[in-house]
Design a protein around this ligand. Sequence first.
Ligand SMILES: C[S@@+](CC[C@H](N)C(=O)[O-])C[C@H]1O[C@@H](n2cnc3c(N)ncnc32)[C@H](O)[C@@H]1O
Length: 864
Amino acid sequence: MEAVNQMSTVNFDNIPTTINEFFSAEEFAKMTEYEKQHLSSLRQNFEALKRAGLPIKPPEFMLRNKAKRERTNITALPLTDSSDGSDAEWTPDSERAKIAVQKKPFKPTFKVVYKKNATKKPPPPTTKTKVKAKKQKMEEMEEEDDPHVYPFRTKRVTTFMSLIIPEDDDFLYTAFDLFVDCEECNMEYITDCPEHGPLKNVYDSEVPPTCKKGENPDYCRKTLPQGLVIKKSKIPRAGLGVFATTLFPVRSRFGPYGGRKEMDRYVAHESGYCWQVVHDGKPSHFVDASDPKESNWMRFVNCARSEEEQCVTAYQHKGEIYYRAHKDIYPGMELLVYYGDSYARDLGIQTQKVGSLESTGGYPVNMQQDNDDNGPFKCHWCPFVYFHFIDRERHMKRSHNEEYTWCLQEKFACHILKLQEGKVSCTPKHTNPSDREAFVRGADDESLPSNFTCNQKRAINIKNEQKNNNTHVMSLDFNRFNKMGKKKNVISHFVSQDSLSRPSNYIQETEKDKYLMNLSSSHLVYYTDNAVANPNYCLQNHCTEKTLGNCKSDVCAEYDEKDNEFSVRKETCTGEDLNQYKVCGKECAQSIKLIQKRTHMGEKPYKCNLCGKEFNHSNDCLSGHKRIHTSQKPYKCDVCGKGFTQNINLSRHKRVHTGEKPFKCDVCGKDFNDRSALSSHKRIHTGEEPYKCDDCGKGFTQYNHLSTHKRVHTGEKPYKCDVCGEKPYKCDVCGKGFTQYNHLSKHKRIHTGEKPYKCDDCGKGFSVSNNLSSHKRIHTGEKPYKCDVCGKGFTKSNDLSRHKRVHTGEKPYKCDVCGKGFTQYNHLSKHKRIHTGEKPYKCDVCGKGFSDRSALSKHKRNHS
Ligand SMILES: C[S@@+](CC[C@H](N)C(=O)[O-])C[C@H]1O[C@@H](n2cnc3c(N)ncnc32)[C@H](O)[C@@H]1O
């Protein structure tokens, strides 16, 4: 308080901002403008605080011994840290060299990190800093009176969330944010990444004025941004947690962490909701979110138990704590951050690393990662996450059928070996013994011990059959198995040692192994000819190959409409049936007919569980489509490098480079490089508007037009500006905001009068090409848009939609202030200005503002 009073009497005029006195002429000349400005800001800040009487340390560069530097012609000490005694050299050049350099492939630490700020790049931890951090941690541990695990809210939580090694964070004043990490291209840039742009800020929701901060215990929940939900954590006994309901892509930034500033270390220890903030290398204060009335939603984010689980990383920036997504956060995933070793230890979290897919060569061998029955269950091959194990299995089976089947076979093979060696036992899933006996051929083999389970018996029988050179063998080689569904000749293949040998940790006996084992057993079908196969796979392939005309037998596989998949119908499936069942020859299960019928009837049984889009075939279309959600783009254009989710899209794209336009409109002769573009163009001629808005009935020729339109009703504004959260492109004439730059450019033509699109017939100019196209219909007389009630024709689809409301009396555009309805959106916009007092139309003579253009025109007449 004293310092503040003093500050008000300090004269801040003439605060020195020059920095050249601290550098040699040569050094100074090498510096960029950014560097100069930044250092000058630091000096300015320092001088101001010093004058105010605060005990402030000068920035590093001001401590440099200029005389010595010039004498020895050695460049300055590193800006990063002098306190560690490092004698590494700093030069503007070396600093610049850090900009836009390739970093090591990004690997999120199972730690919190520091934001690289304007002045410094974090130093690699030297022995001294490590010792310092360790010492500090030990001191903290000594202070803790009870270092045991505290179940949620039943015992005291004694520690706070902390960032590891203190790094300077000039949160008082920084002019620039140099060195921005881009995790997508593994580079550092002086400003935002030119390709991937700035971090995607996820702002807290605006809290209604009725819910007062400091008064309402619901305050923190009201700050929850869209796309997140607070509910019971998947971590046992962790209380509530925060889950995503929409995709938050990598680089999404949440925060800052809201809470009360707490200086008292003891209080912070007790809180359980505190982050420690560091300034100038030393602990500064805590942000305490224990009070829901004073904090934000981030207080509900729980501590990750493994590196795999951690999806946001905490870091400090300008004295505030933020969480940044270091991987895509998919709907259903819980936001989990690492609280720091000390806190994690108190929560009983072991911080050892859990094997990842990467480390196992991409095979789905990591059963530990989600061995917790509480889930969530992550797909082994893509970022989808499910709450239920069964859903994950279903997904993997559908979308990664090849890999999944391979795995089942591998697993099953391993089990057979282990069973043979007596190393494992299986617990069959089927509890009804008759089902089991019926399904498992050979289960009644008297020669086998009675305590053997059906799976064991079956496995041994298979093995015996192999030995006896019986024709019933298992196909365990995935590649061959894969082809089997497509080729008509069935391939016999014995279990090979080779296929059993990889990967080693795959044979772990876990609950999931057992489950998969049972799953595989319920999907194995025997052939009299020569193989064992998965009907699911075969039937699907038959279906996609459309070789279904000759399906005869209705034996043991059926299509489950609800689940969209095939399953073995155990109750009718006897050993005999199985022996008769020929999948890959001529005979198929009846259910294929069902699928085929659906396909021919235009039914689309495969539905994307994220967006609901439907497809005929699961394997190709749906899995390709799903890459839209996972952002996987494996098909790259060799000309421009652009990536695509599906090969077909790449082929289509390539025509942009070749100029090929193979699709011609038979009405007007216009060429298109893409069939769907031609189809939607044709609707101009037919007036067809297949995409109807459920709310107002308005029709659209294209689906994306409908999607955009729907936002009128939902109020959704998906394009958020990172700076102002809204419409970043403002018109400097009328102030109108736009979500996209090209919309602003188009809009500006209203003010400049620019009309680049000219009509060949009458020379009339238009500011946008669409208006020219519909104008041309005046000359051609074409009125493609017909009202189906009165038959009236319109040149523009908008005019028709608007006209239709004459018949329906509909007023779809409602004012959210007074509830008045309007037939047209622009009438509503105009009306809203009554409430907002906005007057965007200014008289260029007297400057008077008007809420609508006609009022301005009327007014202008007074001047003329
Ligand atoms: C910042 S709060 C997180 C929100 C908390 N779950 C709630 O419902 O308010 C921290 C507390 O959540 C619980 N918690 C967070 N992560 C946990 C974990 N991995 N295991 C057990 N408890 C956890 C602990 O009780 C911890 O003190």
